[in-house]
Design a protein around this ligand. Structure first.
Ligand code: NAI
Ligand code: MG
Length: 485
């Protein structure tokens, strides 16, 4: 596409293609799922969950306090001691298979609720989040009766009660990442979803009820940071798995330092996507767009820093600009939408502050010329060009559709720059040369490195970070090991 042929809005005249909401069942009010029952919160408090695209309220959600957390942990302990730790792996696996199949059966409903509650495009919830969540249950179901083969020559034992705290960017998927390996390994669970996106975890509780899983094996409690804090500080919790912000992760690490609780943390990232001159440029541009604008950039491993080798920088930047002009920003329920709603007002404000900072620093900025709805929490795809390595835009996690671009000349230079942030979660390398891929990937301090692709997930591959991105791995055998002694 030449510079002059940019006519995004007229070129892409798409008719609205909204997914229907008629087939979903939502209650007006959700209680806490403790010991296999829906229990009212002790203090009688509830909060609203809203649709970030329309700002309309979807349901009342129970706010659990210390007493509720205590009930949930007690239920998990009893279920662990009396039922789950005594059950054979084969039997445990049957429940996991059943939950996986029930997620598949209700996939359409899950996808719609995920999008309504969180703001992500329906195409993503439908094609990525929900199928992957079911796949995680299938995958770990398969390991439940094979633990001795998973870790040969080792005597493996479950840990006990796992406290699991998850964020709002992949609500059901994060619940599956955490619950499936915990149960396969023989642990019981208390899970707390994020306050803006509790609904699919509560729908999962309904499925768990339907599956006949023994009471107390999985407990789902809702609330804010105070609920999460009460859960991680409960003395009878054996293992904590947290995904979320670096600040809260550090607090949890401090509070568990003098206990014998096991801890895995999956925190933020500032992942580099590196394009070499010999890369297939059009594919790379598509991969960069997917890497940062996918899910509004609400992705811990988002490819938020782009490094382009000098010889192709002008071409890549022009192609990126042309491409982001054509992205469809708007109603998450529309099947054509590429970029949905920002998850919360708080997150929208946080992204806006970085935008202001980038402009004040005097960086060259380009925003996609896509139409943005007037109502709701939306943010246009934004790129900052030639940003200094020391800029906060390059060093800090923005968690929104904002990409920084830097150029480089040599392999050594780009490795040094790519590694120069406090994070180390993921990276992407785009080149035609296999040897360059091996050289660069072995030197990047990132838990995951994708080559000539980005943001691809599979239950069999481990995921997790270095440095301030956290420790411990989820997915694959590594993910199972975190739930075993
Ligand atoms: P957050 O870390 O506050 O929330 C994540 C989860 O932790 C939620 O379930 C929350 O209720 C819970 N939580 C909050 N305070 C807690 C405490 N003291 N003890 C135990 N649990 C607690 O993250 P937030 O405020 O929603 O997002 C802030 C930033 O964090 C984002 O802008 C983004 O940069 C980063 N983030 C990273 C994620 C990742 O996948 N690594 C996911 C979500 C946010
Ligand atoms: Mg919501």
């Amino acid at each position: 596409m030449s510079k002059d042929s940019k006519k995004p809005l007229s070129t892409w005249n798409l008719n609205p293609a909204p997914e229907s909401t008629e087939h979903i069942k939502l209650k007006e009010q959700y209680e806490l799922f403790i010991n296999g029952e829906w229990q009212k919160p002790t203090a009688g408090l509830y909060f609203d969950t809203v649709n970030p695209a329309s700002q309309e309220k979807l349901a009342n959600i129970a706010h659990a306090n210390d007493a509720d957390v205590d009930k949930a942990v007690k239920a998990a302990r009893e279920a662990y001691t009396n039922v789950w730790s005594k059950m054979s792996g084969k039997e445990r696996g049957k429940y996991l298979f059943r939950i996986a199949r029930l997620i598949q059966e209700k996939a359409r409903e899950f996808a719609v609720i995920e999008t309504l509650d969180g703001g992500k495009p329906i195409r993503e919830s439908r094609d990525i989040d929900i199928p992957l969540a079911a796949n995680h249950f299938f995958y770990y179901a398969g390991w439940a009766d094979k633990l001795e083969f998973a870790f040969p020559n080792k005597k493996v034992e479950s840990i006990g009660v796992a406290a699991q705290i998850i964020p709002w960017n992949f609500p059901l998927l994060m619940a599956a990442w955490k619950i499936a390996p915990a149960l396969a390994a023989g642990n019981t669970v208390v899970l707390k979803p994020a306050e803006t996106t509790s609904l699919t975890a509560l729908k999962l509780a309904e499925i768990i009820e339907e599956s006949g899983l023994p009471a107390g094996v999985v407990n789902i409690i809702t609330g804010f940071g105070d609920t999460g804090s009460a859960l991680v500080n409960h003395p009878d919790v054996d293992k904590i798995a947290f995904t979320g912000s670096t600040n809260v992760g550090k607090m949890i690490q401090k509070s568990t330092a003098e206990t014998d609780k096991r801890l895995t943390l999956e925190l933020g990232g500032k992942s580099a996507n590196i394009i070499f001159e010999d890369a297939a440029i059009d594919q790379a541009v598509e991969g960069i767009v997917n890497g940062i604008f996918f899910n509004q950039g609400h992705v811990c491993c988002a490819g938020s820093r782009l490094f382009v080798q000098e010889g192709v920088a002008a071409e890549v930047i022009q192609k990126l600009k042309d491409r982001i002009d054509t992205l469809v920003v708007g109603d998450p329920m529309d099947k054509n939408t590429d970029i949905g709603a920002i998850n919360s007002q708080k997150q929208w404000e946080s992204i806006s502050k970085y935008l202001e900072l980038g402009v004040n620093e005097g960086n060259e900025m380009y925003q996609g010329k896509c139409a943005i709805p007037e109502k709701g929490l939306y943010f246009p795809p934004t790129i900052f060009i030639d940003v200094a390595q020391s800029s906060r835009l390059v060093q800090e996690e923005i968690f929104g559709p904002v990409l920084t671009i830097q150029t480089f000349r040599t392999v050594d230079e780009v490795i040094q720059k790519a590694n120069n942030t406090p994070y180390g979660l993921a990276a992407g390398v785009w080149t035609d040369k296999g040897s360059k891929i091996f050289n660069v990937t072995s030197k990047l301090r990132s838990g995951v490195v994708w080559a000539n692709t980005y943001n691809k997930f599979d239950p069999t591959s481990p995921f997790g970070g270095y440095k301030e991105s956290g420790f411990g791995r989820e997915g694959g055998l590594h993910g199972l090991a975190s739930y075993l002694k």
